[in-house]
Write a protein of this length. Structure first.
Ligand code: HEC
Length: 89
């Protein structure tokens, strides 16, 4: 089970990214679950740092596209927003 973002997670991430909000982060979680589980098990967001997620997500979007799974820019941004919020500190 993936951790559900809480207001405490948001309060912490908002010090660095003031524009993130709980609605977007929850939408990012939903998109992560629907787009990123097609080829492997979902990775725990807390297993990687923010920097690693920023490298990995664009690579995975390219991989997905080759399999005709199209993740648009907005969805990609929301997935990253979720992963960054819940990333390893
Ligand atoms: C088309 C199949 C496919 C989809 C869809 C996919 N992945 Fe992957 N993913 C792979 C493969 C293959 C690997 C192992 C090879 C690699 O690391 O490049 C991998 C590896 C990973 C890793 C481990 C990389 C590391 O360096 O530890 C992470 C994390 C990951 N995927 C996250 C995601 C996320 C987030 C998404 C959704 C945006 C996603 N994947 C969607 C195929 C996919």
């Amino acid at each position: 089970m993936l951790a559900t973002p809480t207001q405490t997670d948001l309060d912490r991430v908002n010090t660095k990214y003031p524009a993130y909000n709980l609605m977007q982060v929850n939408e990012g979680k939903r998109l992560y679950e629907s787009y990123c589980a097609g080829c492997h098990k979902l990775k725990n967001p807390a297993s990687k740092t923010e920097e690693r997620w920023k490298e990995i997500v664009p690579k995975m979007v390219v991989k997905a596209k080759k399999k005709d799974i199209v993740i648009d820019e907005n969805s990609q941004a929301l997935i990253l927003e979720y992963l960054v919020t819940m990333s390893k500190k």
